[in-house]
Write a protein that binds this ligand. Structure first.
Ligand SMILES: N[C@@H](CCC(=O)N[C@@H](CS)C(=O)NCC(=O)O)C(=O)O
Length: 229
């Protein structure tokens, strides 16, 4: 099924484990749009991708007349074409809150997450802090999610169904959990966040967006990412 009414060309440059690419694929999954998927290696980005987006981050979506190289823009592109499950509900109803929350996670939480996961890479930074300090800084942001879940009294961050907020945020939280699963599981302040996360990563959409594609090269036949359900 291809509901891409703007153009037929839609090529997603993606990296399976990148949390930003994951959220883009999740939105495309729910939109049911068929896109060509080009799995890249971050250490060897294809020139075809760098030619259209010189900043060199994934995901990048190449359309007939436009290039989108921010994950949130790709999510919005997909869901604005087809949103039969009303994934955009919180974006429509509380746009500023939703975008501000995501921005805080993308900038501040991700800053601590990287230094928690790969602490030794940052030893030469002026304000270098230990792994534990960054881990504990990360918890402050996760507690805000815990509060949202508590107030919402649901398995999801907005109302009682999966939405834009869940899809945008869970890949970053997943990385935090993976950095020390025992710590995450044992932390009482993260209990609801843990249940929320597990519910999402056990859902069918997650298996679909985490399918392992061969790394793309320009001689390969195109492969497509689509929600076949
Ligand atoms: N603000 C960008 C961030 C994307 C991003 O930072 N992606 C990482 C991978 S998770 C990347 O491509 N980094 C470049 C590199 O590692 O060379 C977005 O939301 O799309």
């Amino acid at each position: 099924m291809n509901n891409n009414s703007n153009s037929d060309k839609a090529i997603l440059y993606s990296f399976r484990r990148c949390p930003f690419a994951m959220r883009a694929r999740a939105a495309i999954y729910f939109s049911k749009i068929k896109v060509e998927l080009r799995e890249v290696l971050l250490r060897n980005k294809p020139s075809e991708m760098l030619d259209i987006s010189s900043k060199g981050t994934v995901p990048v979506l190449e359309l007939e007349e436009n290039i989108l190289d921010e994950s949130i823009d790709i999510m919005l592109w997909a869901l604005n074409i087809n949103d039969s499950e009303d994934i955009l509900c919180p974006y429509r109803e509380q746009k500023n809150f939703v975008l501000d929350t995501i921005k805080i996670f993308d900038l501040e939480f991700k800053y601590h997450l990287d230094r928690y996961k790969y602490n030794s890479r940052y030893v030469n930074e002026k304000d270098f802090l230990s792994r534990e300090k960054h881990r504990n800084e990360g918890i402050k942001y996760l507690k805000t999610l815990q509060n949202i879940l508590q107030k919402n009294n649901s398995k999801y961050l907005y109302k009682n169904k999966i939405s834009f907020m869940d899809l945008a945020l869970f890949p970053l939280v997943r990385q935090y959990k993976i950095a020390d699963v025992y710590f995450f599981n044992e932390n009482i302040d993260l209990k609801l966040v843990n249940i929320w996360l597990e519910n999402l990563i056990n859902a069918i959409f997650f298996k679909n967006i985490m399918y392992k594609y061969e790394v793309w090269n320009s001689n390969a036949n195109p492969v497509y990412f689509e929600n076949s359900l």
